[in-house]
Write a protein that binds this ligand. Structure first.
Ligand code: SAH
Length: 415
């Protein structure tokens, strides 16, 4: 079915069922924008990438673990086909056509009844570009508009300039890029530019999914998610991928949540690249240790209140012999204490801080998924926060903040 011009449309998907068939790299890139639009996403696939599994675990994605059946299309407004197998994709689009459900196909644009445009988002403004079926053209125009709107890369930045250049023709290199704490607009201008130039993107679980939605379709996306207690690729495997792809001539962007060097194992990846003779650069990111308290109205320092802030990892309990944190010394500090990865051990951490002298009444707060649409903030005290967090079902990722800064802006009018 060809011919006819495209009829552009903005879909209001909030609360509406959208089916995604497939659980691989394509689905990983497509699901975040659907969730961002508020769609009730139902995903059918025998397998899931760790990033998609994290959405399922967070209750944001409804997953059916099997192959597609036509009844999956019941009550669905739109279907996104994200499987490689053309016969399987064809079965979905045939069933969708029968039910008059629009169907986006990653594998074959000509067989699709709907196309997803190249998109750039600037606050409330969304610009969607269709290139008449040529994704490179639509992305080049989208990139130009993004530069024009000012938030994206400058005119030299060129996803677009590189387009058409065959992959792997330059000397390979790696950039470790901080993606920021969660809001996709909190990546740096430089980080964003390098992302648009990448041939290969190796992304963490904490990376904002919407950043991946804007990648060129020919970019290889490697999901390096390391879900706690779940399926994990070892750090050595990630290092190997970075080095191998760069040696093959690709520009590899290793995209990490927050800042690459704040509990991000960025140093190990730099060492691995250097040891292999692969050029590597680092682009700092906005770290959640400062940004998550910040958006919750908690400045990590405040004149006359705190002249220091300390960021520690709580992933090991205080009495663990492998812990490098001197919790009793931290208890004697007066300033702000920010604990990352501390939910699991929070009761033991707060008990240790109190035993070592920090008053039970010290203000405390927890910020879950700071800077995202799922942000939750609870305030309490050192003595009670562990119970409050457990009772409220606070989940990772979350930072816990202790200190008088927690209440310093409390009586400001809310935004
Ligand atoms: N490099 C990252 C931190 C990685 S460690 C950075 O600089 O932000 C992962 C921990 O970071 C999580 O367990 C959680 O404690 C914290 N974290 C990351 N993103 C967060 C967010 N949006 N809100 C709250 N905490 C977050």
């Amino acid at each position: 079915m060809s011919g006819g011009n495209l009829y552009p449309l903005g879909l209001r998907l909030a609360g509406r069922r959208v089916l995604v068939v497939g659980g691989g790299a394509v689905a990983t890139r497509r699901v975040p924008a659907l969730l961002d639009a508020g769609a009730r996403v139902v995903l059918v696939s025998p397998e899931l990438t760790p990033a998609l599994r994290a959405y399922v675990d967070a209750g944001r994605l409804d997953w059916t673990s099997r192959r597609f059946e036509p009844s999956d299309l019941d009550d669905v407004w739109l279907v996104q086909v994200a499987v490689d197998d053309p016969a399987a994709a064809e079965a979905v689009s045939a069933a969708a056509a029968e039910r008059r459900v629009f169907c986006v196909r990653a594998d074959d644009r000509t067989a699709a009844t709907a196309w997803t445009p190249a998109v750039t988002r600037h606050g409330p403004v969304t610009v969607a570009v269709s290139g008449g079926g040529d994704p490179r053209r639509s992305m080049a125009v989208r990139d130009a508009i993004r530069s024009f709107l000012g938030a994206g890369p400058g005119p030299l930045a060129s996803g677009s300039a590189r387009q058409g250049a065959p992959r792997g023709t330059g000397a390979g290199r790696v950039a470790l890029v901080g993606a920021g704490p969660g809001d996709p607009e909190l990546i740096t201008v430089k980080g964003w530019r390098l992302l648009t130039e990448a041939d290969v993107v190796v992304a963490d679980r904490l990376v904002p999914g919407l950043l991946l939605d804007e990648l060129r379709p020919d970019v290889e996306l490697v999901d390096a998610s390391k879900i706690p207690y779940g399926p994990a690729r070892t750090q050595e495997e990630i290092n190997r991928i970075l080095v191998d792809r760069a040696r093959a001539g690709s520009f590899v962007v290793r995209l990490k949540g927050g800042d690459p060097y704040v509990f991000g194992r960025g140093g190990e990846e730099v060492l691995a690249c250097t040891a292999a003779g692969v050029p590597v650069t680092v682009v700092p990111g906005v770290t959640s240790s400062v940004a998550a308290p910040g958006v919750a109205g908690i400045p990590v320092t405040h004149r006359g209140v705190a002249h220091e802030f300390t960021v520690v990892s709580g992933h090991l309990p205080p009495d663990d012999p492998a812990s490098l944190v001197d919790w009793s010394a931290l208890a004697r500090l007066r300033g702000t204490l920010v604990v990352l990865m501390g939910l699991k051990n929070l009761a033991r951490i707060t008990a240790t801080l109190q035993v070592s002298g920090r008053p039970a009444g010290t203000p405390a707060a927890v910020v879950q998924e700071g800077t995202t649409g799922q942000q939750r903030v609870l305030r309490s005290t050192l003595g009670e926060i562990a119970a409050v967090v457990a009772g409220a079902g606070i989940r990772p990722p979350a930072v816990v903040v202790f200190g008088d800064v927690v209440t310093v802006l409390e009586h400001q009018p809310a935004e």
